[in-house]
Design a protein around this ligand. Structure first.
Ligand SMILES: CC(C)(COP(=O)(O)OP(=O)(O)OC[C@H]1O[C@@H](n2cnc3c(N)ncnc32)[C@H](O)[C@@H]1OP(=O)(O)O)[C@@H](O)C(=O)NCCC(=O)NCCS
Length: 175
């Protein structure tokens, strides 16, 4: 039985399904080129309509293939997003962002750690891949700290915000 709206609790964070009430906050945090440029698909500038569309897509995702969470901090409210998604071709992938005011407090690591434990124990996934742009060592650190290993493969992934492909260091995590 796969839960439709799982909740993942970590020491400081609660990861839960995004709702319409989260869209203004997501829009405010995402309208930041420093975030968009490190992702493949986030548009920039980022509008309230982009956030509304994002939340709406999360609510119709297939819970066997995809799971997207807002990262809700006990004192700060929503500080970011983490999502697992199954591409049309290839393995389950994870991606995330944390709003700039909250960087450097270990929140991405804590969220990813909790999410991977859930993926292993509850979602019964065995393998997750991730890629970080070569000029984003902070994300590489998050992935290393949560047990990902470099495969040695560098792919050229598109970035909507940059408008050109970016060398992307691929990593893998095994349950
Ligand atoms: C990458 C990102 C998620 C990190 O979030 P965070 O909550 O600040 O991450 P954490 O605090 O858990 O860990 C960051 C790690 O990167 C390290 N780091 C930060 N800047 C770094 C740099 N320039 N070079 C090397 N390591 C760096 C930190 O020291 C820390 O590692 P440590 O705990 O071993 O010291 C956040 O900066 C972000 O959202 N960036 C934009 C979007 C993005 O990059 N998403 C991921 C796409 S693959």
């Amino acid at each position: 039985m796969i839960e439709k709206a799982p909740i993942i609790q970590t020491p400081r964070l609660r990861l839960r399904t995004p709702g319409g009430q989260d869209a203004p906050r997501i829009a405010a945090l995402c309208d930041d080129y420093a975030i968009a440029k490190m992702t493949t698909r986030m548009p920039w500038p980022y509008s309230q309509g982009d956030a509304d569309g994002f939340v709406a897509r999360c609510q119709v995702q297939d819970p066997r293939k995809d799971a997207t969470f807002v990262i809700d901090h006990e004192d700060e409210g929503v500080v970011g997003v983490l999502g697992f998604f199954t591409p049309p071709v290839g393995h389950l992938e994870v991606g995330y962002w944390i709003g700039r005011p909250y960087w450097g407090r270990g929140l991405a690591t804590e969220a990813a750690h909790g999410a991977l434990a859930w993926a292993r124990q509850d979602w019964r996934k065995k393998l997750v891949v991730a890629g970080h742009f070569a000029d984003n060592p902070a994300s590489g650190q998050v992935l290393i700290k949560t047990g990902f290993l470099y495969t040695g493969v560098v792919e050229h992934k598109p970035s909507t915000a940059r408008g050109e492909p970016v060398p992307t260091r691929m990593m893998v995590w095994l349950a």
